[in-house]
Design a protein around this ligand. Structure first.
Ligand code: MLC
Ligand code: AMP
Length: 494
């Protein structure tokens, strides 16, 4: 039996989830996940790693669906709820998903696609109960999850993790951050990425804790829930802390005092997915009394490096490798650098993903000959603490905690009628970490572009969080002697 399920079985009477103003126990979650697993199996013994995509809002139904897919022996493919159709169909086609599970509100989005491609569509609200049959025994070395991550190629890659990878990623964090069944956390992160799936849902469900959901990200709702005094664990990306601080600053001093008091109930507040600016860490301490615990992770790894639960949480540093995660800093020949020298972070351990989906070449290129995963992130160690210095590729942008490929955006922009060429870069930004901007060369210099029209055109082409926020029209892009665009020069133009 999968550990995620056996862990839940220890806590059947505990509240597991609070969503849509309802409370659900672990017992209910298990029962409904088993029912859905039986519907998925539809008389088969085992889905045998068939990919099952799902488009389900954060909450009880999301966890139930994820577990059902695992119980039936399938591989879960969570779809982003806000992606335009081409991004969704890219994932569906790439994974060759045979089934899509949806909440009814999303059925219009994908029904045509599923009919045209002969996929089974399961609408959660329309399910009827299924006669009891036996669920398969799923080995934990089997594939469990495919998450899409942007990289240095224009199309996102599917990161395949096994049940064993996921169990390791979760158990390591539960231990390091001292999760227990008395914890109560809030999930405000999108559930097509590891931060929400592993750190928030994975850890809370493993521990028998409560995971509460709000329908969509809202600063006011988050603070309202803080004030209720039930939550004690909170995880977010730096942009969210920035937004919470900005809102806090608009409140009256009595409201600020009441919020400060409510935050004393928390035992842990974590930041990650992007660099936490020291100014945000310091300001958060002032308004909450909490030193944020900053950690470093990646879709391919779960979490790898973390500041301590007990002990100094150093601003500007991500801490030390987590137990069971081997980390080295290496030079371009993959030799370990001397202490105090910058090097690329490479990682080994049971937390490390299995492969990029149907992409042997990318998988091969991302591991060293002796099996270390090359993260592409550069760090140094100072007094035993790792400090992230940047990335080896300028084509990867982190904005709002999302990893975004500049090349993917450029490819879309080049499809626009009047654009002949472009270069997309990330500019440092207090709120978003990096702000996506595009330098654009027009086919005809004499014709101008309406930015609003361009933005509206992009809506159906690319996720909204990947849209450039500023455009600059240039006669030509800065290039080196080889003719390659020099991205650092593009940044300077802005
Ligand atoms: C949205 N907006 C942006 C933007 N994203 N502006 C600039 N840059 C961006 N990246 C704008 C919108 O256009 C809109 O503007 C306004 O902000 C509100 O849009 P929204 O979509 O409603 O944004 P919001 O809900 O406020 O989203 C902010 C956020 C979200 C921080 C909640 O970005 C988010 O959930 N980020 C988390 C991503 C994540 O989970 N990453 C983890 C990856 S795993 P207007 O003008 O139209 O109102 C990983 C591994 C690890 O990294 O280590 O964890
Ligand atoms: P993703 O591919 O979306 O999982 O993003 C992983 C990337 O986020 C890492 O490779 C890092 O570049 C970045 N990242 C995660 N945590 C941190 C952090 N605490 N500080 C700086 N960068 C981070």
């Amino acid at each position: 039996m999968l550990s995620v399920i056996t862990q839940a079985q220890k806590n059947t009477n505990n509240t597991a989830v609070i969503s849509n103003n309802q409370q659900y126990t672990y017992g209910q979650l298990l029962k409904e996940a088993q029912q859905l697993a039986l519907s998925l199996l539809n008389g088969e013994d085992d889905l045998l790693e068939q990919r099952v995509a799902f488009m389900v809002n954060p909450g009880f139904n999301y966890i139930k669906t994820l577990w059902a897919i695992w119980l039936a022996g399938g591989v879960a493919v969570p779809l982003c709820l806000t992606h335009p159709l081409p991004s969704l169909t890219y994932v569906l086609m790439d994974t060759a998903s045979s089934v899509i599970i949806l909440e009814e509100e999303y059925s219009n989005t994908l029904s045509d696609y599923s009919i045209n491609n002969n996929l089974t569509l399961i609408v959660l609200e329309k399910l009827s109960s299924v006669e009891e049959i036996v669920l398969p025994d799923v080995d934990h070395n089997r594939m469990a999850l495919i998450l899409y991550t942007s990289g240095t190629t224009n199309k996102p890659k599917g990161v395949v993790t096994t049940h064993k990878n996921i169990e390791t990623q979760i158990a390591t964090l539960v231990d390091a951050w001292k999760w227990t069944s008395t914890d109560h956390t809030l999930c405000i992160l999108p559930l097509h990425h590891v931060h929400g799936i592993i750190n928030v849902i994975g850890c809370s469900m493993w521990s028998g804790a409560i995971c509460e959901f709000i329908p969509s990200f809202s600063v006011t709702e988050i603070f309202e829930l803080f004030k209720k005094g039930c939550l004690n664990v909170f995880m977010a990306v730096p942009t969210i802390y920035f937004k919470l601080i900005a809102y806090f600053d608009t409140l009256s001093s009595s409201e600020q005092a009441s919020l400060f008091n409510s935050m004393q109930k928390f035992r842990l507040m974590v930041s990650g997915s992007a660099a936490l600016p020291i100014s945000v860490m310091e300001k958060w301490y002032q308004i909450s009394g909490h030193n944020l615990l900053e950690r470093y992770g990646m879709t391919e790894l779960g979490m790898a490096i973390s500041n301590p639960y007990n002990g100094e949480r150093r601003a500007g540093y991500v801490g030390e490798p987590l137990p069971g995660v081997a980390v080295k800093l290496v030079d371009e020949n993959y030799n370990e650098v001397n202490i105090g020298q910058p090097g690329e972070i490479i990682v080994k351990g049971n937390n490390v993903f299995k492969e990029y989906w149907k992409n042997k070449q990318a998988t091969h290129e991302s591991f060293t000959d002796d099996g270390w995963f090359k993260t592409g992130d550069i760090a140094i160690i100072e007094d035993g603490y790792y400090k992230i210095m940047g990335r080896s590729s300028v084509d990867i942008i982190k904005s709002g905690g999302y990893k975004i490929s500049a090349l993917e955006i450029e490819e879309v922009l080049r499809e626009y009628d009047s654009i002949s060429d472009c270069a997309v870069v990330g500019l440092p930004d207090d709120e978003w970490g990096e702000l996506i901007v595009a330098a654009v060369v027009l086919k005809d210099e004499l014709i101008s572009i309406d930015i609003n029209e361009l933005s509206a055109w992009m809506v159906n082409k690319i996720a909204h969080y990947k849209k450039p926020r500023r455009f600059l029209f240039v006669k030509e892009l800065p290039r080196n002697a080889m003719g390659k665009v020099v991205k650092n020069e593009v940044k300077k133009i802005f």
